[in-house]
Design a protein around this ligand. Structure first.
Ligand code: DQA
Length: 141
């Protein structure tokens, strides 16, 4: 499988950003772990991060026909972006939504996800292991 892993705003600051919530691994560490897991499962991954909603939309549009699955942690855009929802809706491949923390147990403004209705599965509150679980779930789908 060819899997696109997308990360939204502020996830480039992992390791520095609120480590009590997000842990001490950097996004590069997460990328390394995903590469290892993908190799183990026999998949190839394309791991990306952007702070810009439009760039994420462009990447999702370009994924049509290019990938067999998407893992997305849209970060704060999860709770706001109809544009990312609409772009994901055009994909006919499985989507796994990942969050390092569990947004549903945090502030009220994090309780709505515009991605959840399109996701085959949501993994939240498992730390960065959630990314690895998402790769395993995609293998099984
Ligand atoms: C997050 C949760 C979001 O609410 C938050 O805006 C993030 C990270 C997570 O991985 O736990 O930036 O998606």
């Amino acid at each position: 499988m060819k899997i696109l892993i997308l990360n939204g705003p502020n996830l480039n600051m992992l390791g520095l950003r609120e480590p009590e919530i997000y842990g001490d691994k950097t996004l590069d560490d997460v990328k390394g772990l995903c590469i290892e897991k993908a190799q183990e499962l026999g998949h190839s991954i394309d791991f990306r991060q952007s702070n810009h909603e439009g760039e994420l939309v462009d990447w999702i549009q370009a994924a049509r026909g290019q990938f067999d699955g998407v893992v997305i942690n849209a970060a704060a855009y999860t709770h706001t972006s109809v544009a990312i929802h609409d772009a994901l809706k055009m994909l006919d491949i499985p989507i796994i939504e990942v969050h390092i923390s569990d947004p549903k147990t945090r502030e009220g403004f994090r309780h709505t996800s515009y991605i959840e209705p399109l996701a085959s599965q949501v993994i939240a509150g498992k730390g960065v292991d959630g990314y690895l679980q998402a790769l395993e779930i995609l293998s099984e789908l």
